[in-house]
Design a protein around this ligand. Structure first.
Ligand SMILES: [Zn+2]
Ligand SMILES: [Zn+2]
Length: 251
């Protein structure tokens, strides 16, 4: 862990290289609002809270989250719109049970149709190679070549997907996600899909001025996951902190 990462533990924001300082968002007010959200989640047992009970989507049920280690990070941002009214944004990390979009929750950072056009065909190719590999005897000489090919395809797919993420800060500046990480390793898988970057991106899209943000874990924890149901956590050091300083710049 480098010095900046070590300094950042528990900080609700990130280091901004332009301002040479940390940009941090307070969490207490948002955490207060999380209490209401948690009560709603507990009461309804689903995340499609905008839908009336009879229209609830079974994929949005929270029961599967309570299997050991299957919980999910959820996040809440409070901001003011251009009229000064307080607005609340909600986010789940990554996908929720195979869904990128759920009414009442913010969209992913990338453009979804672009993502689907890339990801679907690439996954198909990768799984075809996997099936070919599985059908070969362990001693077959083509195995190494196929394995290499599959690894290369996965790498290309990941790079193409990361290229879909363009972050925008509160000065109106844009920067690609990949520019925040070393060119050799690239961003870790799932960078930009955590709650904090999704919330800030949506706030910027909607021209909200965020003033508080908090994230918590909902569902079953386990010893190795080091997450517990209903507990608050700061943004992760590996994926979020390298980008949050930029995203918060200009607030
Ligand atoms: Zn994160
Ligand atoms: Zn800055």
């Amino acid at each position: 862990m480098n010095q900046t990462a070590a300094e950042g533990i528990g900080k609700n924001g990130g280091y901004c290289h332009r301002c040479r300082s940390w940009h941090i968002l307070p969490w207490k007010e948002a955490w207060q609002a999380c209490t209401d959200l948690m009560a709603d989640l507990h009461r309804h047992g689903r995340v499609d809270l905008m839908q009336p009970e009879e229209k609830a989507d079974s994929r949005c049920c929270t029961t599967p989250l309570f299997a050991a280690g299957a919980g999910k990070m959820l996040g809440l941002l409070l901001g003011r719109d251009t009229h000064g009214n307080e607005q609340r944004l909600l986010a789940f990390s990554g996908m929720y049970n195979g869904l990128w979009l759920i009414d009442g929750w913010v969209e992913p950072v990338f453009n979804l149709p672009d993502f689907l056009a890339l990801h679907g065909p690439a996954e198909k190719k990768i799984s075809t190679l996997g099936a070919q590999l599985a059908s070969l005897p362990p001693s077959a000489p083509e195995r190494n070549m196929l394995r290499k090919k599959r690894r290369e395809l996965s790498r290309q797919n990941m790079a193409a997907i990361h290229a879909l993420y363009t972050l925008r800060n509160f000065r109106g500046e844009e920067q690609s996600l990949t520019s925040f990480f070393s060119t050799t390793s690239g961003p870790p898988s799932g960078t930009g899909d955590c709650c904090a970057p999704k919330l800030l991106h949506q706030a910027q899209r909607l021209r909200l001025r965020p003033f508080s943000m908090a994230e918590f874990y909902w569902g079953g924890g386990n010893a190795s996951a080091r997450r517990a149901h209903g507990h608050r956590y700061a943004p992760c050091a590996s994926k979020c902190q390298p980008i949050l300083g930029f995203q918060l710049c200009g607030l």
